[in-house]
Ligand binder design. Sequence first.
Ligand code: ZN
Length: 506
Amino acid sequence: MILISHEQQLEDLKQRLKEVDDLERASAVLYWDMSTYMPPGGSAGRGQMLSTLSQVAHEKFTSAEIGKLLDTLQSYGEALPHDHDDAALLRVTRRNYDRRIKLPARFVGEVTEHVSHVYQLWTTARPANDWAKVRDPLKKTLELSRRGAEYFAPYDHIADPMIDMSDYGMKTADIRRVFGELREELVPLVKAITAQQPADDSALHRFFPEAAQIAFGEAVIRDMGYDFERGRQDKTAHPFMIRFNSGDIRILTRVDEHYFNDAFFSTVHEAGHAMYEQGINPAYDGTPLAEGTSAGVHESQSRTWENIVARSREFWQHYFPRLQQMFPDALGDVTMDTFHRAVNKVVPSLIRVDADEVTYNLHVMIRFDLEVALLEGALEIDDLPRAWDERYTHDLGITPPDYQHGVMQDVHWFSGTFGGAFQGYTLGNLLSAQFYEAALKAHPTIPAEIARGHFGTLHSWLKDNIYQYGSKLTAPELIQRVTGGGVEVAPLMRYLRTRFGELYSL
Ligand code: ZN
């Protein structure tokens, strides 16, 4: 019998994980190209390539060899200190492995096929306001979502397995409690703000030439700490961030020459995601530790830069004069105060992705509550449009005029299954405020530095306390370490009341 040392087994495991990672990152490059420069004719062939690569990566990752290595290395990992990189690697790989082998390939294929069919239907049904066309297919989506959850039984709540995939360690019950508390505080704040005259944001709708918009956005994120030696920005239809390896983390934006917010805030948002990924310990490259730890924590990093920093008065004190110089025709007669109020305009709307930061979470919580009710069987698809409209009327004070601006508004239920896709957005907003309070406690000078266009202290604090860990710490572990507790509502409410209290003299 040949004895193989733990070191050799661990090397073997890392080598195999690296191969899986290579395949997945190659898919990422193909996906990036598909979303940027690929001519329309490439689409069918590209879909086929991506499907082959993801199948090969899945087979490699769920191989018996990786399973065996995880089994034999289990006791070694458990004997290590919890904080040890190898222990974390073995825990996270085991978690991902178990999750992947529980779903039969045939079921995954059935879901993928059904979901892409529903998405195709939705793209034409939504503009035609044709709810009947997607209603029955959505019933099938719900049935598949429930069946998917069963592969992870036993669970405390049927939505838990889906939430676990994007926000590991969070349970439906905890999220419901936190969201319930947040909703109770937010609804009256929105009412108090909307009782006042809305901010004048007409300046944002003037003409902003594309090249100057891109130049300004890139100058700002360079100041913030996005490293262009290890990244680049390109244009796409729906902005996102994508990681190829620690030396190449890209962002994508879109430009509307008649609306300043679109490109600028999406550039800063995606740069927030990208700085998180650029800050992960490069030693984790090629392993499952080399990515953000959860949807909620990832979103907290984009929101920190997009909202807390780039919508602050201090930020525009520094950058508005430069912006005015770059766009003299659009902004020559606009004051900093008017501009600052405009980028913080609060107005209840029907479309989640266009929402301001006060009303945004209400959109998310409506979707979360409804999808949980669907999964529980407390709500039927036939009653979904009515339930949607009731919540909009109650929470935001506006009633959708049709399906297109109501139940068919948001892409998620028409491009995936029910459960797990929404909670991360609001968890991210809550966490961004909690983390920022912790950063301010350590470095009270951060706002004064932002007013001079200096972001080094904040960026370093985020790197030391959040970025570097990648997925080594779970979200609950990370939150505990940074804040000393769990997810909380109070910091976000303090932040919103301070910022919007000043803007709207509440
Ligand atoms: Zn995001």
